[in-house]
Design a protein around this ligand. Structure first.
Ligand code: HAM
Length: 530
């Protein structure tokens, strides 16, 4: 820490934790009343300080060195001040002078070894599953000609604040950064995509077909398949106003399901269009700007009682008559019936019919069904919306998406027709578990290479290098271990071959090979080892 670096030592509220014997130490050294001791500038005469937090014993302030004239330090009792410490730690810990860095703490208690609630570690066995899943996301995206993109996990909070009262807004992990900017961990990828499309402007040629796999953060109530951090696979098409785009997106998800062994009897897609609601609301001359809000209320239909839904709709300015009509339309499960109610002239019915006809051509008709109650919980959708669900009804939505033709203008850009979907990594794993479709993903390495005595460690390294240059994976035994240990390890990592580097073979430019699946054994010249 440099002499100029700011350093937060104690916060007034933390005084509560100070032990009587120590609580007076620092303030008294600085001649300050403890109640008002806050962030206090250490002048150059203070050379160093370490504040240690001990959960059992409150604050300890060891090795606090201070020069003789410290008592001349005056402080306004209530002002927040910062302490400059003369230490090499904390370099780059934010802007000096404006904000303080966190205290240097010595934690003497054992830490909680679990990750924060709702988040996950990925030890090798979990990571293998995640990599396998992501590989399939990528492969399907590649099959459909999409390019991969990514955005920062940390974005400006404003990107995710929409007025419609979405649940996602209350679930934001947001805070002020050291430069006093409101930022948030992204809860979804779509606003970042919109931001990037606006930023790229005319330099990109449409349509864009982009996919991303990114970690998203939502402070959710934890249920099966819902957590506080999850990875989402997104595929989006920017610049295509036709329903062919939605049809193509659903086709890609069906392709993904099929790759994993999931069939149309396991999952399906509920499909509708926000234009259905729009047409009903238009009949009652309900203003356009209420539309997003109405959708958000209706999306809660399965989660809260109907009376509550009606009450919310009414208080947002919808008449009772319109509410009754809306609810009646939302219960419709067939396109023919919808056509009877809305007529054939509007976009809603026409687009949905086109989607179902395209589904036939793509070959996934049995996967999709019309369900007017699907509206989705994000305010920006404007047209077709869809959600993947498990037919046993045990899990939350597997994936969801739709058309959002007017999102860009909400960020000040020119609108471009767009649609896409998000597919989480959590529900699908639960489904695969339920269906017994989780793949066997044991670790695998092609060779394990081991020297038979200490002096041949270098020779074993040479063998490993030769094999790796030929593209073979090698687990090199790095210590002098007995053969029994080597065999155990070979079995654990699923090695295909054991390459033994022994003295007499090495003298003749040979190594010993054992094929572990068959126990076949032979010697081979080093330059013939493939
Ligand atoms: P979403 O429906 O909020 O849509 O999320 C999409 C998918 O992400 C969900 O269906 C689910 O698989 C997964 N997901 C969401 N929240 C969680 C959670 N807390 N835990 C585990 N998985 C979760 C969107 O986010 C849109 N931005 C999708 C989109 C892309 N629309 C157009 N393009």
């Amino acid at each position: 820490m440099t002499a100029n670096t700011s350093f937060l030592v104690l916060h007034p509220r933390l005084n509560l934790y100070l032990k009587p014997s120590t609580s007076v130490l620092l303030p008294s050294l600085l001649n300050l009343p403890i109640k008002h001791f806050s962030q206090t500038p250490i002048p150059s005469h203070l050379s160093s300080s370490l504040v240690a937090i001990n959960r059992n014993h409150g604050f300890r302030i060891p090795r606090f060195s201070i020069s003789q004239n410290h008592r001349n330090l005056h402080s306004s009792p209530c002002s927040a001040q910062s302490i400059s410490l003369n230490s090499s730690e904390n370099v780059g810990g934010g802007r000096s002078g404006t904000l303080s860095s966190p205290p240097v703490v010595e934690v003497s208690d054992k830490i909680d070894v679990n990750p924060p609630k709702g988040t996950r570690d990925f030890p090798p066995e979990e990571m293998r599953l995640r990599s396998w899943l992501f590989h399939n996301f990528r492969e399907v995206s590649r099959l459909f000609g999409f390019e991969e993109v990514d955005y920062p996990v940390l974005e400006s909070e404003a990107l995710f604040i929409r007025k419609a009262g979405e649940e996602i807004r209350d679930q934001l992990y947001s805070f002020e950064d050291r430069g006093n900017r409101r930022v948030a961990l992204r809860p979804e990828l779509t606003p970042s995509l919109a931001r990037l499309v606006i930023q790229k402007g005319k330099s990109v040629s449409l349509p864009l077909k982009w996919f991303a796999i990114g970690q998203c953060w939502r402070y959710e109530r934890m249920t099966r398949g819902r957590r506080r951090e999850h990875y989402q696979w997104n595929m989006d098409i920017i610049g295509v106003p036709e329903v062919t785009a939605e049809a193509e997106l659903i086709s890609s998800i069906v392709t993904f399901f099929k790759r994993l062994g999931i069939t149309a009897s396991d999952v399906g897609f509920k499909v509708s269009s926000r234009k259905v609601l729009q047409e009903v609301l238009r009949c009652y001359s309900i203003p356009e700007n209420l539309f997003g809000k109405v959708c958000i209320i209706i999306d809660k239909m399965e989660k809260i009682p109907m009376d509550e839904i009606k009450r919310e709709l009414k208080s947002s300015g919808i008449t009772e008559e319109a509410i009754e009509d809306l609810l009646q339309v939302l219960a419709v499960k067939s396109l023919d019936r919808l056509e009877e109610i809305l007529g054939a002239a509007g976009d809603a019915v026409a687009e949905l019919k086109q989607l179902f006809s395209l589904a036939e051509k793509f070959g996934y008709s049995e996967w999709i069904q019309f369900d007017a109650s699907v509206v989705r919980g994000l305010a920006y959708y404007t047209g077709i919306v869809f959600e993947g669900f498990d037919r046993e009804g045990k899990l939350r939505a597997i994936c969801g998406g739709g058309r959002y033709d007017r999102l860009l203008s909400t960020f000040g850009g020119d609108d471009i027709p767009a649609c896409g979907f998000g597919f989480g990594d959590a529900v699908i794993v639960e489904l695969l578990k339920d269906k017994g479709l989780l793949p066997d993903l044991s670790p695998q390495v092609e060779n394990i290479v081991c020297s038979l005595d200490q002096e041949l460690q270098g020779a074993a390294a040479t063998v490993a290098t030769i094999l790796r240059q030929k593209g073979q994976s090698v687990d090199l035994v790095l210590e002098n271990k007995p053969l029994k240990w080597v065999f155990k390890r070979a079995a654990r990592i699923n090695a295909g071959r054991l390459i033994l580097v022994g003295n007499s073979e090495w003298q003749r430019g040979m190594v010993g090979v054992k094929i572990l699946s068959t126990n076949e054994q032979y010697e081979i010249k080093l330059d013939e080892l493939e």
